[in-house]
Design a protein around this ligand. Structure first.
Ligand code: ADP
Ligand code: MG
Length: 321
């Protein structure tokens, strides 16, 4: 349905999205999760044809977004991070305008009325958008995306700035839309994605660090037998060493936790107890093992550890973008 292949976007010398690939199947609700600045909006703007990629391809319903932009775009309803609302229009004027812009072929009055009912904006239909609350403006933005009944919905942080009640409403709505649409939903909030999505792609620093169902993510990262090891020394020396240990099937690098100390998640081979072998191998190579514990992680912890690098960079910069 949606295929993203080797997508890269550079702004000048800054690489915002670095060689990412993923697929979204028909009818799936995909969560695109990552901290602020991870590259979510950039990716979504490329997916929807609003921004060109530096490298890579995007196909929507078999149509390449560059080669056949009209066909590809006709399949997409897009709710950008900042919905393109005209504040001096009424809801009615605005939705009429979008209807024309999309060259929509449905019965105008009926189609718009259905969407307004679904979004529960029928009672503000004649109000100016600038006089609507943030929650209502977001629903109008949503309504705009639904015009033309596109099979694919791309929603960029649709609940940002809403109150808890509105957030639950929007989540319920997205779940319902997911029954008849393919949806990509971005968020920097894990519980949001967990509540709504079938599958989660985690993006950090412009790279995909996980692509799995919530259950598989938890199973992968939080089995009893998995161990977290903190080892002093450069990754380039330690990683091959870890991979050479018989009892270890897989190694994930979780990043630098203390100066010169890197944390690794170690997956055993068939439940093997590799602790002694690990200790001996590291001692022989002169790489101190400074911590070892079994992993029992929540999805929240998995997300934090997979995205920690960006978070610590953010804290150092002193901002939250
Ligand atoms: P997210 O939506 O995940 O918060 P963005 O895709 O907005 O992330 O941004 C990814 C990175 O690209 C950030 O470091 C951001 O500062 C940078 N970036 C985004 N848009 C531009 C732009 N127009 N020019 C230069 N850098 C940009
Ligand atoms: Mg964004």
């Amino acid at each position: 349905m949606i295929e993203v292949k080797n997508l890269t976007k550079r702004y000048g010398s800054h690489c915002a999205v670095n060689d990412i690939s993923f697929r979204v199947e028909e009818g799936e609700i995909l969560g695109f999760l990552g901290p602020n600045g991870a590259g979510k909006s950039t990716t979504m703007n490329i997916l929807t044809g609003y921004l060109s990629a530096t490298e890579g391809t995007v196909t929507i319903n078999g149509h390449d977004i560059l080669d056949e932009p009209n066909e590809a775009k006709a399949s997409i309803g897009y709710l950008p991070e900042l919905p393109p609302l005209y504040l001096d229009m009424t809801v009615r004027e605005y939705l009429d305008f979008v209807f024309d812009l999309k060259k929509c072929k449905f019965n105008r009055a009926k189609h718009i009325a259905e969407i307004c009912k679904l979004m529960r904006i029928d009672h503000v239909y004649h109000r100016l958008i600038k006089n609507l609350s943030k929650g209502y403006r977001q629903r109008v933005g949503f309504a705009q995306a639904l015009i033309g009944n596109p099979p694919v919905l791309i929603l960029d942080e649709p609940t940002v700035g809403l109150d808890p009640k509105q957030i639950i409403e929007i989540r319920t709505l997205i779940k319902n839309l997911g029954k008849h649409h393919t949806v990509i939903l971005s968020s920097h909030i894990l519980p949001e994605i967990e509540a709504v999505c079938d599958r989660i792609v985690i993006i950090n620093n412009g790279e995909i660090v996980a692509d799995d169902t919530a259950e598989d993510l938890s199973a992968k990262y939080s089995s009893d037998r998995r161990m977290l090891a903190r080892i002093a020394g450069p990754e380039k020396d330690v990683l091959p060493l870890l991979k050479s240990i018989h009892g270890i099937a897989d190694v994930a690098v979780l990043g630098e936790k203390e100066p010169d100390v890197i944390e690794y998640a170690l997956e055993p081979n068939d439940g093997a107890d590799f602790r002694k072998e690990l200790f001996a191998a590291l001692a022989k190579a002169g790489r101190p093992l400074v911590g070892l514990k079994s992993m029992e992680m929540s999805l929240e912890e998995i997300f934090i550890s997979l995205t920690r690098e960006a978070r610590s960079a953010t804290i150092q910069k002193g901002g939250n973008d």
